[in-house]
Design a protein around this ligand. Sequence first.
Ligand SMILES: [Zn+2]
Ligand SMILES: [Zn+2]
Length: 253
Amino acid sequence: MIRGALAAVAAWSGRVLVDAVLPPRCLVCRGGVEAQGALCVECWSGLDFIAGPVCAACGLPFAFEIGPGAVCGACAARPPRFDRARAALVYGETSRDLILGLKHGDRLEMAPTLARWLARPGAALIAEADLVAPVPLHRFRLLARRHNQAALIAAALPGTRTKLAPDLLIRRRRTPSQGGLLARERRRNVAGAFAVRAAWRPQVAGKRILLVDDVHTTGATLEACARVLKRAGAAGVDALTVARVVRPSDALI
Ligand SMILES: [Zn+2]
Ligand SMILES: [Zn+2]
């Protein structure tokens, strides 16, 4: 009882200390907000959360409910290598700023907020996963950025602590930026870029793997990862991303 109260006081005073040292700022525009890890009203209203029915495979939002298991035209024509992909947000201006802040701006404090938004769309995927693996960066890019944003989000996901496999995948070669490339070009760009780390191979066979990344653009990167995992014997591969491109014109960035 006393210990609990002391812990609460310690947590509270720690929070007060953090708030006193760093006044809480909006994660997107850096304007003043009430609490750490929050967004201002304007930026919040710029976010488009995916809450309705989606393609059972790629997670593309549907305008109306079609029925359980329904897939979009693209997935019907060419089923993706992963089983299910889900995202918290439609990729747009505000979510782009948010993700770029995490990727390039060393705004590590936003990873728990983004991970929290993934709890609902990713609930089934997280619960059913045996291992949770971030999409890796090439080591040179990791050196330049100092952190892998996908790994930060994966580590902050609720309920994945015992499932984390941060170094399960490796990026074997540097791939040119995917910006401006079409789906087919993106698939060629990342073909053979990933591998399952030898030490993890025995643990992948027969397991469900959950991939984590920041943005699902055409799915080329997620598919390249899914392919090597399935070749290594994974029973299933799902993918969870903070945002997902819905309008194809947004993919050309
Ligand atoms: Zn803001
Ligand atoms: Zn689909």
